[in-house]
Design a protein around this ligand. Structure first.
Ligand SMILES: [Fe+2]
Length: 173
């Protein structure tokens, strides 16, 4: 039988994490980090059909969702990039395969932001943050291969369309 995301091990990990969403922010982020690291170290537990994209844009495949968290596999074809954005909820992600460029920004108004940091994330990388940084970033696949990342957001996917609070235009620094 092909392993599925609903395999008991993964379901239990994500259920445990959903339960920890009520804990203090630092405790939740630590739990999210360890959950993502465990998933990245056991990719065979994920249903491979959830790790492929559809079309030329960014694909978001729901892996797990409750009122507390939603977990997604995101598939990034070469050339795909998000707008600069911040989040209305906690945002944790880990890179499963490929490489993604993450650029951080500092807001200079409600509509514009300037770049501050830039890094290329490699498989195994995990980042976890609360929305109150502020934490503005842009993620882009500017490499030649598709990339796959696993995201854990602190929102109910049945209530809200995405984790994005606001998008920004890029201003010259
Ligand atoms: Fe984001």
């Amino acid at each position: 039988m092909v392993p599925s995301i609903t395999s008991a091990a993964v379901e239990a990990m994500m259920s445990d994490l959903a339960g920890s969403a009520r804990r203090a922010p630092e405790a939740y982020l630590a739990a999210a980090r360890s959950t993502l690291l465990r998933i990245l170290s056991r990719p065979e537990l994920l249903d491979p059909s959830r790790l492929v994209g559809r079309g030329e844009g960014l694909s978001r495949n729901l892996l797990f969702g409750t009122e507390a968290i939603s977990v997604w596999a995101m598939v990034w074809p070469p050339g795909v990039a998000t707008p600069v954005h911040d989040h209305h909820c906690s945002c944790c992600f880990g890179l499963l395969r490929g490489a993604l460029r993450e650029t951080w920004y500092r807001p200079i108004s409600d509509t514009h932001a300037v770049a501050t940091l830039d890094a290329v994330r490699q498989p195994g990388f995990v980042a976890c943050m609360m929305p109150s940084g502020p934490n503005l970033h842009r993620i882009a696949n500017d490499g030649p291969e598709a990339a796959v990342s696993i995201h854990v957001y602190g929102y109910d996917h049945r209530v809200q369309a995405s984790s994005i609070h606001r998008t920004y235009e890029i201003a010259e620094g």
